[in-house]
Design a protein around this ligand. Structure first.
Ligand code: MV4
Length: 497
């Protein structure tokens, strides 16, 4: 594989190209008119404009991308994430053109793209799943019967949905008929497939995902978990590896379950198996993502494995060069996604020019970004500016490094979520690990970010960090946890608002 085309833009395009270059592989960038001056275009050995700014006229045009690949003698295409990365038809088109798709087989993409098919495959391997319907439900009667069996609240989910789209919570039998009809029509409109299924609603779950790698010879390994519970409207904000809640036994069990999900579809390439983890640390298979994820850097930092290089090696037909027992966790990594959004105005995306843009550096700081000072932030694409990763010997050091990096990061010209990230990382519940997928909804209030609260925020941060350090140096006692709660002054303040 001497030349690969990266069918993507921004930070992930640059990220893939850097690993390819280290492997002595030439790179081809494709770009829209809005990205003419983007760093990934300048970094690539060759670059071809494939269309106008809107994604459907450029980055989503599979035929154009394959044509460019053929004309430039490209051996492989890396899709990145988003765009065509989980499009089975595109993967097929690439392979039919005699180019290697650097990703899973079209079959795996198809199976895991349907939540029902994914559950069906996983069931054969006894992977724990949330109680619910065996398959799709078609009538309200069926739904009522399931609801009576498993107990409310329940969730109606679209089989073709994902990432929270097409999910509806139903609290009692009376709401079922209306919610069922809405869910089916929404699924048909959004995904072209009206199939829905039912699951018991897990009230305060953590969202934990496991990275897996499979080669062409049936070898599948896991690279431990990522904790992704800090989300806002199903958009991950902070991710970390490893999770602060799993015991070594649970870590082993969830990793093995993820490998079994990979085996259930003969998975090849890098994939991520998503689980819900309840307060008793029971885990339930949710879905599988058949792409490299945004948050892959935290796994790379704690395992020392370059996932993009592994994807390319697997695509070249190489066997995995490590066994499961050789993969170890070393240290801790926390990632903050930096968005060009206004946290004081409901995270409205902001556009503008990066008048000042200086990245943090130094020990344990990694920045994966796709912008430079002076660039305009285009309105056409995801507003993520960068991923800022803090790495340390333990969670406390990783958090303190990330906080230092946030302070060193200079972004002038667009509103951004750095201060929101600071709020999250300094919050006593985050520091103590006592959080779940409702963290942002439960604890964030825009007024906490305005300046007069800054010193209070810092005091709380100091207390939380001090307690956490004490906690990580000695055994944890209930009253220490209690004291974290008492200092959780945010709650008191927000309660009297
Ligand atoms: C759930 C759940 C609770 N109970 N399923 C969200 C997106 C997709 N990965 C599946 N997701 C969930 N499925 C059951 N049976 C909670 C989530 C979930 C979530 C739900 C609402 C708001 C934010 C969330 C973040 C992560 C996971």
């Amino acid at each position: 594989m001497k030349k690969i085309l990266v069918a993507n833009r921004g930070e992930i395009a640059l990220r893939v190209m850097k690993s390819a270059r280290e492997m002595g592989i030439k790179t081809v960038a494709v770009y829209s008119e809005a990205d003419r001056n983007s760093p990934h275009v300048r970094y690539a050995d060759e670059a071809v404009c494939i269309g106008a700014a809107p994604s459907k006229e450029s980055y989503l045009c599979g035929e154009k991308i394959v044509a460019v690949a053929k004309s430039l003698g490209v051996d492989g295409i890396h899709p990145g994430y988003g765009f065509l990365s989980e499009n089975a038809a595109f993967a097929k088109l690439v392979e039919e053109a005699g180019v290697t798709f650097i990703g899973p087989t079209p079959d795996s993409i198809e199976i895991m793209g349907s939540k029902l098919a994914a559950k069906e495959a996983a069931k054969k391997f006894n992977i724990p799943m949330v109680p619910g319907s065996e398959g799709a439900i078609n009538t309200v009667e069926e739904a009522k019967q399931i609801g009576a069996e498993i107990g409310y609240p329940i969730l109606i989910k679209a089989s073709a949905g994902g990432g929270g789209k097409g999910m509806r919570v139903v609290n009692n039998a009376g709401e079922l008929e209306e919610q069922m009809q809405r869910a089916q029509s929404e699924a048909l409109n959004s995904f072209g497939d009206s199939s829905v299924f039912i699951e018991k609603y897990v009230g305060s779950p953590k969202h934990i995902e496991v990275q897996i790698l499979g080669d062409n010879y049936g070898n599948i390994v896991h690279l431990f978990e990522r904790e992704c519970s800090v989300q806002r409207r199903h958009q991950k904000v902070v991710e970390e590896a490893p999770s602060s809640c799993l015991t070594p036994e649970k870590r082993k069990a969830i990793g093995e379950a993820a490998v079994m999900v990979g085996k259930s579809c003969a998975y090849i390439g890098a994939g991520t198996v998503e689980f819900l983890v309840d307060e008793q640390l029971n885990f339930y298979f949710l879905e599988m993502n058949t792409r490299l994820q945004v948050e892959h850097p935290v796994t790379e930092m704690i395992t020392g494995i370059d996932l993009v290089k592994e994807q390319i090696k697997i695509a070249r037909g190489e066997k995995l060069s490590f066994k499961q027992e050789e993969i170890e966790i070393r240290g801790h990594a926390v990632e903050l996604r930096v968005y060009a959004e206004d946290p004081l105005n409901n995270f409205l995306p902001d556009i503008g020019k990066l008048q000042q843009y200086k990245k943090p550096e130094g020990p344990g700081v990694r920045v994966d970004d796709g912008y430079e000072e002076g660039m305009e932030i285009p309105i056409y694409y995801d507003p993520m500016l960068a991923k800022l990763i803090g790495y340390g010997k333990d969670r406390s050091e990783a958090i303190s490094r990330l906080l230092r990096a946030i302070q060193d990061y200079k972004i002038v010209g667009v509103k951004n979520t750095l201060r929101f990230g600071q709020f999250v990382l300094q919050h006593p519940n985050f520091v103590s690990g006592e959080f779940d997928t409702h963290f942002v909804g439960k604890h964030y209030n825009p007024e906490l970010l305005n300046s007069e609260n800054e010193d209070e925020m810092n005091i709380a941060a100091w207390i939380a960090a001090h307690l956490y350090t004490k906690k990580s140096n000695t055994t944890t006692t209930a009253n220490q946890k209690l004291s974290v709660r008492k200092t959780d002054w945010y709650k008191n303040r927000s309660s009297h608002r």
